[in-house]
Design a protein around this ligand. Structure first.
Ligand SMILES: *Cc1c(COP(=O)(O)O)cnc(C)c1O
Length: 231
């Protein structure tokens, strides 16, 4: 089932790229495997997936040693400062940085490990109370402050759009994040490259791609529904 789902999603990603006049290789599909067993990740891996997204540090650490080492792990969930030390040096990209203090902790840990960590700034574009992330207005200043840290590299922006049955409703938010990323890029801040735009989930990734997403984070569309509470 996972293989078939994956083929469907990959085809849809490709079609969306073509519709938008973009090259399909501009978009990375991140398989969001939170709550799913290692056997499901293995199935996706065997079908070609190399980018996996998890939202909990402990779950990420549990799964990592069970799977091949050429996987790029993406931390996409809210990250507490006291957990930073467990993932720095292990994950390819942290998508959810929304404060200077968190970035400072990541940088401190990366210095200690003689590495540097690629991060995205999470922006709460729709201004939902329930979501983490900085506002569109706060983002540029936060980027400038974080850019001064020695061992983090800002590689772009991320947003989690509102849950909706109607993906078109999220188009303005995706458009706004793209605009923000262009505005920040134009500031030519040292150590900052707006190469990634992480936006779009199962319900709205086509629209996100049309608006410029370079990473889409798809869980349900690949692995099926998650049981229990909505995560
Ligand atoms: C769970 C999650 C996703 C994937 O959601 P689906 O709707 O299952 O595709 C994407 N991004 C983040 C940050 C998530 O927590």
């Amino acid at each position: 089932m996972i293989r078939e789902n994956l083929e469907t999603v990959e085809k849809c990603v490709k079609d969306s790229c073509i519709r938008a006049g973009r090259r399909p290789d501009e978009v990375t599909l991140i398989a969001v495997s939170k709550t799913k067993p290692v056997s499901s990740l293995r199935e996706a891996y065997d079908a070609g997936v190399r980018d996996f997204g998890e939202n909990k540090v402990q779950e990420l650490l549990d799964k990592m040693p069970e799977l091949p080492s050429d996987i790029r792990w993406h931390m996409i969930g809210h990250l507490q400062r006291n957990k930073v030390k467990y993932i720095v040096g292990k994950v390819a990209l942290i998508h959810s940085v929304d404060s200077l203090r968190l970035a400072e902790e990541i940088s401190r840990e990366a210095v200690k490990k003689k590495t540097s960590t690629d991060i995205l700034i999470e922006v709460n574009v729709a201004g939902e109370d329930s979501k983490y992330g900085v506002t569109v207005e706060e983002a540029p200043l936060l980027v400038e402050k974080i850019a001064a840290l020695p061992a983090v590299r800002i590689r772009g922006l991320m947003t989690i759009a509102p849950f909706t049955e109607e993906p078109e409703q999220n188009r303005p938010y995706f458009h706004k994040l793209k605009q923000l990323s262009v505005d920040i890029e134009h500031k030519n801040i040292d150590n900052v490259n707006m190469v990634f735009l992480s936006m779009g989930m199962t319900g709205d990734y086509s629209v996100a791609i049309e608006e410029g997403a370079t990473c889409v984070r798809v869980g349900t569309g690949i692995f099926g529904e998650r049981c229990g509470i909505k995560l």
